[in-house]
Design a protein around this ligand. Structure first.
Ligand code: CA
Ligand code: CA
Length: 190
C-alpha cells in the first residue's frame, strides 16, 4: 500500500461530512413567527409583527441581546432604523448603533458600527455581514449612550446562519478528490 494512501479516505470523508453537515443546517431566521424565532431575546430586545415580523431594540439607553442555544456560524442579518412598519416618533435621532458577536468563551470576536441614517424606509434594509463561526451571542449596544448618543429603535430581520461559504467547502472536497486520483493514477497506468 502506498504510504499516503491511508490519508485519502480521511480527507475525503472530512470534506464530505463538512459539506453535508454545514449545508444541511443552513437556515434563514425571518422572525415572522414570534413562537419560533430560533434565538432567545435579552435586555430590551422585542418582537413585533407590524411589517412582517422582526426584532427591535427597545430602550436606547440599555443594551439588547440575541442568544443562540448552541455555537452558530452567523453569516449576516438585515437592519432598519425603524422598529416596525409606519413607525414615527418626534423623539427619533437616527444614526449609529454598535454591535458585537461573542463566541462560546464569551470573547468578542466581531464588532461593527452600523450607520442606519439612510435606512428609514421599510423596503430598504442594510445587510450587516458577520461571517464568524462559534457565535453564541450578539450584543446590540445602547445607541443612546456614548460614543454614539443617538436615539432610535432599530430592527433586525432575516438572519442567515450556518451557511458555510461555498468556495471553502468546494476547495475541501476538491482537495480530497485530487488526493484520491493524484496518488492512485501512477498505479493505474502500469
Ligand atoms: Ca421578518
Ligand atoms: Ca436597547
Amino acid at each position: 500500500m502506498h504510504k499516503y494512501l491511508h490519508i485519502i479516505p480521511t480527507v475525503t470523508l472530512t470534506a464530505l461530512s463538512c459539506l453535508a453537515s454545514n449545508t444541511a443546517q443552513a437556515e434563514l431566521l425571518d422572525f415572522n413567527d414570534a413562537n419560533n424565532l430560533g434565538v432567545s431575546l435579552g435586555g430590551q430586545m422585542k418582537w413585533d409583527g407590524k411589517g412582517g415580523g422582526q426584532l427591535w431594540n427597545d430602550n436606547f439607553n440599555f443594551n439588547d441581546y440575541l442568544y443562540f442555544s448552541a455555537a452558530t456560524y452567523v453569516n449576516s442579518f438585515e437592519m432598519n432604523a425603524k422598529p416596525w412598519l409606519n413607525f414615527t416618533s418626534v423623539n427619533e435621532n437616527i444614526g449609529f448603533i454598535d454591535i458585537a458577536a461573542l463566541n462560546t468563551l464569551g470573547e468578542t470576536v466581531w464588532e461593527n458600527k452600523v450607520d442606519l441614517s439612510n435606512y428609514t424606509s421599510w423596503d430598504n434594509w442594510l445587510t450587516v455581514s458577520v461571517e464568524m463561526a462559534d457565535i453564541t451571542q450578539l450584543t446590540f449596544f445602547a445607541p443612546g449612550v456614548l460614543p454614539n448618543v443617538n436615539g432610535f429603535w432599530p430592527s433586525v430581520d432575516n438572519m442567515v446562519i450556518n451557511e458555510v461559504p461555498v468556495p471553502a467547502a468546494i476547495w475541501l472536497f476538491g482537495s480530497g478528490l485530487i488526493a484520491l486520483f493524484g496518488i492512485q493514477s501512477p498505479r493505474l497506468r502500469r
